[in-house]
Ligand binder design. Structure first.
Ligand code: PRX
Length: 656
């Protein structure tokens, strides 16, 4: 990939300015090294101290790490707490009137919500959930627009000990159904519609469709937030309006104290098989991870206006919208819309208007905004910014430099944060006052995070050489298991054949340069990263073969200027290979089919038809060949084992 090639030659270094260093929480590399050394000296003591400093415990823990049954680690296991108490109640005494959320709607309307108001709204809604007989441990699906209510729903679940599972509003009825069934959800919280970029999209109708697909008897209630007021279908004894549910409910609700290891949420993500994985997170360890990374990586200050642009449907929106900023008592912006509506200046206008200090977004957004208006940021006053962040995919040095010079006016460090749904919080990321930056590198692991690049046997590879990215020691915010599937959890993240199952295998390859900086090179499994979203190739293939026209399909990624990676599908139809207008028509139908089956983010960029797929004589699809074909590269691989070399010609051209 061009990104990887260019980052390999990147030599520029950017040290933080004196002004930034003077105010930084961690102000030099020695302070960073001292923390790393502290973790090295006494690992449990290091985490124990942080957990005591940052978390309000109902019952203090006495045990730090239980590693007696690897890889099922437990942290602070005899402690008790409540996450919502840690995010809301703790601020009532000293800053009840501080703005917690500045909400900007798609149409530009702005609302402010103080910590006291948020507390009351969460409590009211939690009382509503209790009235629906929802209890500790019940699973609740949240399928909501990116509005304050989404955060209220999550916090209310946490308040009563219910386990939420947020499904991104762009996912289809089928994807939603799969998650509802796997979770055995007791309720679904949704809205009539969501609004993005001036358009309304149905949510409740999608929930109705998902609930009609069978095996959903566990769902007793559907709570609907009225957003656009569109007419919706109604099922008595199941459906209830959000406003009716909270009507007359108290603005106080005693928190349910839960064990440190109680699951706060599951979040489904893509893996190498067709079935999404329900990543299960703990309560205390997860919260601690979000808080220390706010402190270290975002250099959090009480005066900050923090803005993470991620939707709460993704892990970034969990850790850096719904939990981390609230636990720290921050003021944050929540934005319902998209970066390009009504024009490509929207992000810059929001930063100017709300005086955002810390801005965290994805490279794909940055690249698309460069394309649509590289000079636009200069038309806005961005002087409030002091720190920029990037997440979800490698940021190419060109985009990094634009972000740094044009958006940050060469004043703001950029924290390129490497982490995953499974790690809960940043793992490898610069501590901006302490660590000089190199465009395209996520720099160094956070203190206590034993990230390494190793070979199959688990030995550290030489600097400069690529290998598996692993984390050697358990850490508090890590995935606890896959929902109802501990065997898959073990096999996926601690596989016997790589490092003997001793280390957490991230699924990425990486290398380190001579200063030890990490450079992420890409996934080692069949997972694509399209616009920072994880998509399993198998998921898309299963969706394609579910279409009655399709006999066989193979999906690969190819580099894309804006999205990072784009989906290319090679398809064999049951009938004749189509040509010309017919091919275009079927390709269009299949692209929409995938968008409907999974969600628009999975819509293939290209479809190519062949009489067959390139296979070895034993019938295995040669994916590496397909990847070369997708990129338009000359085929240099040995094709002698290929059963049907002629079809390579057919698969060279995308359908126009
Ligand atoms: O491949 C890595 C890439 O995104 C994957 C994790 O995706 P997900 O669980 O959806 O979480 C995304 C938000 C944390 C990783 O395995 N990735 C994430 N951050 C970066 C990255 N690749 C390069 N640089 C990053 N900063």
């Amino acid at each position: 990939m061009s990104t990887i090639e260019s980052v390999l030659h990147e030599t520029r270094i950017f040290a933080p300015s004196t002004k930034f260093v003077e105010q930084a929480n961690l102000a030099d590399i020695e302070a960073y090294r001292a923390l790393c050394a502290e973790a090295e000296r006494d690992y449990p003591a290091f985490w124990s101290k942080l957990a005591q400093q940052h978390i309000l415990w109902h019952k203090p823990f006495t045990r730090v790490l239980n590693d007696s049954e690897p890889p099922f680690f437990k942290w602070f296991e005899d402690g008790e707490l409540n996450i919502s108490y840690n995010c809301l109640d703790r601020h009532l005494a000293n800053q009840p009137d501080k703005i917690a959320i500045i909400f900007e709607a798609d149409n530009g309307d702005v609302n402010h919500c103080t910590y006291r108001e948020l507390y009351q709204r969460v409590c009211q809604f939690a009382n509503g959930l209790k009235a629906l007989d929802i209890k500790k441990g019940d699973r609740i699906i949240i399928y909501m627009p990116m509005r304050i209510e989404a955060v209220i729903a999550m916090q209310a679940c946490a308040r009563i000990g219910a386990i939420h599972s947020v499904v991104f509003g762009g996912f289809s009825a089928k994807s939603l159904h799969e998650r509802i069934v796997d979770a055995g959800a007791a309720a679904v919280i949704t809205a009539d519609e969501q609004t993005r970029g001036g358009k309304n999209h149905p949510l409740k109708a999608t929930v109705d469709e998902a609930l009609s697909m069978g095996d959903t008897d566990s769902v007793k209630s559907v709570v609907i937030y009225k957003h656009t007021g569109v007419d919706i279908a109604w099922q008595n004894n199941r459906d209830i309006w959000w406003h009716d549910l909270i009507h007359g409910k108290q603005g106080e609700c005693a928190p349910e104290w839960v064990n440190a290891e109680h699951p706060l949420f599951t979040l489904y993500t893509s893996g190498s098989t067709g079935k999404p994985k329900g990543v299960q997170h703990s309560s205390a360890g997860y919260l601690l991870g979000t808080m220390i990374s706010m402190q270290w990586v975002f250099d959090y200050k009480p005066t900050d206006i923090f803005w993470c642009t991620a939707d709460v449907g993704w892990i970034t929106g969990h850790s850096y919208v719904a939990y981390g900023p609230l636990a720290m008592g921050a003021t944050q912006v929540i934005f319902e819309g998209i970066p390009t509506y009504p024009d490509a200046g929207r992000f810059w206008k929001i930063i100017q208007q709300h005086k955002v200090t810390t801005f965290y977004t994805a490279p794909t957004a940055i690249r698309s905004l460069i394309k649509l208006g590289a000079d636009l940021p200069q038309q806005y006053d961005l002087s409030s910014l002091r720190l920029l962040g990037s997440v979800g995919e490698p940021i190419n040095p060109e985009a990094w430099m634009w972000y740094y010079t044009v958006v940050g006016q060469s004043r703001c460090p950029i924290v390129d944060t490497w982490w995953q749904t499974e790690t809960g919080c940043h793992m490898i990321a610069p501590i901006p006052g302490a660590i000089p930056l190199k465009p395209g590198s996520c720099t160094l692991p956070l203190p206590g995070i034993s990230a390494a690049v190793v070979d199959e046997a688990g030995h550290d590879v030489e600097l400069g050489k690529g290998g598996f990215l692993v984390i050697k020691r358990p850490f508090p915010s890590q995935i606890r298991t896959l929902w109802k599937d501990p065997a898959r959890f073990k096999k996926t993240y601690f596989p016997e054949d790589i490092c003997g199952g001793r280390y957490y295998l991230a699924g990425d390859s990486a290398h380190r340069d001579k200063e030890g900086y990490f450079w992420i090179m890409g996934r080692i499994d069949d997972v694509l990263n399209v616009s920072g979203h994880r998509l399993g190739t198998m998921e898309i293939e299963s969706a394609l073969v579910a279409n009655p026209l399709v006999a066989e399909a193979a999906v690969v990624g190819k580099p894309h200027e804006i999205k990072g990676e784009a989906v290319v599908a090679f398809v064999v139809l049951k009938g004749q290979r189509p040509h010309g207008a017919q091919a275009s028509e079927i390709a269009g139908t299949l692209r929409e089919w995938v968008a409907r089956e999974i969600g628009p983010i999975a819509r293939p960029e290209e479809i190519r038809f062949g009489d067959n797929l390139p296979k070895t004589r034993s019938g295995k699809i040669m994916r590496r060949l397909l990847r070369s074909l997708a990129k338009g590269e000359e085929i240099t691989q040995d094709t002698s084992t290929l059963e049907n070399p002629a079809i390579l010609e057919q698969l060279k051209q995308p359908v126009s």
